[in-house]
Write a protein that binds this ligand. Structure first.
Ligand code: NAP
Ligand code: ZN
Length: 348
């Protein structure tokens, strides 16, 4: 199938129009015409090969919303015209214990394959959602309620599930004091979910300009993380803190805020190792954890929860030719709070 989109030709080149081929659909494939694609900070890390592997030309994008244009003969959950959504992974082994438990992202037999910048088990390269279409096995495609605004729903496919999953796993809810670090794409979804689950939520930010927004998004308290006195007031008091920061930062300052048996969970993926002072962990028997997106079952559960509660991302919708400007603004933490590409503006 002829496809086109925006690609980085190397780790130093800006994104530019790019024509490429996708496979003809297999019996279990869904073909989706892409309407919207969110810009995740991971797209920037990967397009600049900050995590190591960069397969170029690279078409980023893993927050994909569109509508079905064709289905393979074995597809049962979708028909032509249905809304459909694809997130961060498009393949896993489907038979290991983790896959069988609906935790495909933790596939232990060959691993999950990313929506872009990756190679499928049969050797085919994956290309992401900054493009006109995508071909994906039905198992990795989600249904979308008509109650959800499709542009605002796009970031749910990564920023949404990546924050929903750990907040659920660590039992965030009424009676729990929860911190969210960084008010960006992931952070603002984490804030909405933690508030919606009934926790007492404290937003940490380096940006004074975001304080009022944080309160509107559901924060009970907002702390400017550079203010040591304000930080000290929360020492040893949090049940759970979710770290959504994309750049190197001092984790110990946050570990010290965790109460007995509490957890600091990383979802942010800076390209440099973060250092941990052992005493920050020993005190209060603290745990340091990590979490990767979420499984297919939980992603569908999250989408359905959002439809029921009226939760979408706060977005700036931009035309595809503005993608390089959007990258620069994300790097300056200057986005409220997720860019979404309007793929209808893509010119062949
Ligand atoms: P984003 O929109 O750029 O948000 C990151 C936020 O971190 C910024 O808005 C800023 O918030 C804060 N920040 C940025 N630089 C900082 C610095 N030097 N020191 C302290 N705070 C800083 O990024 P995102 O799309 O939410 O992604 C966040 C991270 O999660 C990225 O590393 C991404 O690759 C990763 N990620 C992980 C998964 C996973 O499965 N675990 C999935 C998706 C993304 P304030 O202005 O409020 O300080
Ligand atoms: Zn992402």
């Amino acid at each position: 199938m002829k496809s086109f989109g925006y690609a980085a030709q190397s780790k130093t080149s800006p994104l530019a129009p790019f024509h490429f081929d996708r496979r003809e659909p297999n019996p279990d494939d869904v073909v989706i015409a892409i309407d919207y694609c969110g810009i995740c900070h991971s797209d920037i890390h990967q397009a600049r090969a900050e995590w190591g592997r960069g397969l170029f030309p690279m078409v980023p994008g893993h927050e994909i919303i569109g509508h079905v244009t064709a289905v393979g003969s074995a597809v049962t959950r979708f028909k032509v015209g249905d809304p459909a959504a694809v997130g961060v992974i498009v393949e896993s082994c489907m038979h290991c214990d983790n896959c069988k438990a609906g935790l495909e992202v933790y596939c232990s037999d060959g691993g999950a394959v990313d929506t872009y910048n990756a190679i499928l088990r049969d050797g085919e390269r994956t290309y992401g959602g900054y493009s006109n279409n995508i071909v994906t096995p039905e198992h990795f495609v989600h249904t979308l309620s008509p109650k959800l605004d499709p542009a605002g729903a796009a970031p749910l496919l990564c920023a949404g599930i990546t924050t929903y999953s750990p907040l659920r796993h660590w039992g965030v809810g009424p009676g729990k004091k929860v911190g969210i670090i960084g008010l960006g794409g992931l952070g603002h979804m984490a804030l909405k979910f933690a508030h919606s689950f009934g926790a007492h939520v404290v937003q940490f930010t380096t940006s004074e300009s975001k304080v009022e927004d944080a309160k509107k998004l559901g924060a009970d308290e907002v702390v400017i993380s550079k203010d040591a006195t304000a930080m000290a007031k929360h020492a040893g008091s949090f049940d759970f803190i979710l770290d959504c920061v994309s750049a190197p930062h001092d984790m110990n300052a946050y570990l010290n805020l965790i109460r007995l048996d509490g957890t600091l969970c990383l979802v942010g993926l800076p390209d440099q190792p973060l250092s941990v002072a052992p005493f920050s962990l020993l005190a209060n028997r603290r745990s340091l954890a990590g979490s990767a997106i979420g499984g297919m079952k939980e992603t569908q559960e999250m989408l359905d929860y959002c439809a029921e509660k009226g939760i979408v991302s706060d977005i700036e919708l931009v035309s595809v030719d503005k993608v390089n400007e959007a990258f620069e603004r994300v790097l300056k933490a200057d986005v409220k709070y997720r860019f979404v590409l309007d793929m209808k503006t893509l010119q062949a």
